[in-house]
Ligand binder design. Structure first.
Ligand code: URA
Length: 417
């Protein structure tokens, strides 16, 4: 067996055997297959797809490419994952809430991919917060305080870690076999018993339409069934950014505000209650979805979720004075208003455009080794459906580069009709 034959087979639209998939994953993880060969195969998978048997084999090989955590000592662990989006700070809000309701949270998140942000990049904008935690400490944290949010630093699904970063740099992010295997391999390796997946759908998601989102949901639910991990997928809208903020520090500040009980945008409320209620139901903590939704909101208003977040940040080395007073976060050099040129209703605030512009500002990566600028991005004052008058401030661009701000202001970010 050799990699050239495997690439040629998939290039020609043929089905790969379990042994060929295993050969690729093992050798790529061990650096015996180069990034350019892996790129060719990934592109062939992207173009020609995979059947369900190939996707399941790929997922399991990726899941077992490193260590597989045993979290049985923690009880019923219900994990959450998102297929990615723009302004998606849901993990940072929701996980402390469910931890405060007694569900152990042992979660591994990813970095930004393509035009979408990543929870690890966001958490690292809290000074001192480390996402790089050894496995025994990770489990001990969950036992002691009920929650740990870390990056893919443990040797869990190392094949996914390499492939995820590679896909980002070769325009191969939005593929059902590659997304399903990436997410489910991480979930299997990280030891959760049950999984809730937010399958985002719209311009700012990898799945652009409901048909593809449903298919991705179906494939992941089926992999979950085969791996004996009960999996619930919820399709959520990603045509406009989630909430008001886009960009690492800016999103963390928005998440903190929600946890502090400040009024939250409608979309954030819908997503956290829907996902959270399903997590509580899977964990047998509530009798139905409505009770679950009420409990999610109750633990924001009684402060328990915020206190759990403070505990999490402190426990992972973060400076909680930034959480207590978010004015301490470093700001971008130029904060420039976006002014409405007409009166009417906001018809569109396109999540994909905002995701791309955020990467342009430096909030995301063009290449896997790029550094990101934590403080740049957008804060929107208006969302789709809101009324505006000419001259109103629609939002702010947070930038470290005046020229980039000028370029962005030339574009029609908001469509007002
Ligand atoms: N999230 C992941 O973990 N992997 C993907 O491929 C996309 C979103």
């Amino acid at each position: 067996m050799n990699i050239l034959d495997i690439i040629a087979k998939k290039r020609d639209g043929k089905e790969l055997t379990k042994e060929e998939i295993k050969y690729f994953i093992t050798k790529y993880t061990n650096n015996e297959i180069t990034d350019y060969q892996a790129s060719a195969l990934v592109m062939a998978i992207y173009i020609n797809g995979m059947n369900e048997r190939e996707i399941t084999d790929l997922t399991l090989e990726m899941a077992y490419s490193g260590d597989v955590l045993d979290l049985s000592s923690l009880g019923e662990v219900v994990d959450k994952h998102s297929t990615g989006g723009v302004g998606d700070k849901i993990t940072i809000i929701l996980m402390p809430i469910v931890a405060s309701l007694g569900i152990p949270v042992a979660k591994m998140s990813g970095r930004g991919l393509g035009f979408t942000g990543g929870t690890v990049d966001k958490l690292e904008s809290i000074p001192g917060y480390t996402t790089n935690v050894p496995v025994d400490k990770f489990i001990e944290n969950v036992k002691r305080i009920g929650i740990s949010l870390i990056g893919q630093t443990l040797n869990l699904a190392p094949a996914d870690k390499k492939l995820y970063a590679l896909r980002d740099t070769i325009s191969c992010t939005d593929s059902i076999p590659l997304i399903a295997s990436s997410i489910m391999s991480k979930k299997i390796a990280s030891g959760a018993n049950k999984i809730v997946i937010d399958v985002t759908c719209g311009s700012g998601a990898f799945m652009k339409n409901t048909y593809d989102a449903k298919e991705l949901a179906r494939v992941m639910t089926e992999i979950g069934r085969l791996a004996e991990k009960e999996t619930v997928c919820i399709i959520t809208d990603m045509n406009e950014p989630v909430g008001h903020a886009v960009g690492n520090t800016l999103e963390v500040i928005e998440a903190i505000d929600v946890l502090k009980g400040k009024e939250m945008p409608k979309d954030i409320k819908n997503i956290i209650t829907e996902l959270g209620a399903n997590m509580l139901l899977l964990a047998n903590k509530v009798k139905d979805i409505d009770e679950g939704k009420a409990k999610i909101l109750e633990n924001i208003s009684n402060g328990k979720a915020y206190n759990k977040f403070l505990e999490l940040v402190e426990n992972q080395g973060g400076d909680i004075t930034y959480i207590e007073n978010t004015d301490k976060f470093e700001k971008a050099k130029y904060i420039t208003p976006i002014i409405a040129k007409a009166s009417g209703k906001v018809a569109k605030l396109d999540a994909y455009t905002i995701g791309k512009l955020s990467v342009y500002l430096g909030a995301g990566r063009m290449k896997k080794e790029d550094d990101i600028q934590k403080e740049v991005g957008f804060v929107f004052c208006k969302k789709v459906g809101d009324d505006v008058n000419e001259g109103d401030i629609l939002g702010y661009i947070h930038s470290n580069d005046e020229e980039k701000t000028k370029e962005i202001l030339k574009q029609e970010i908001f469509t007002i009709e």
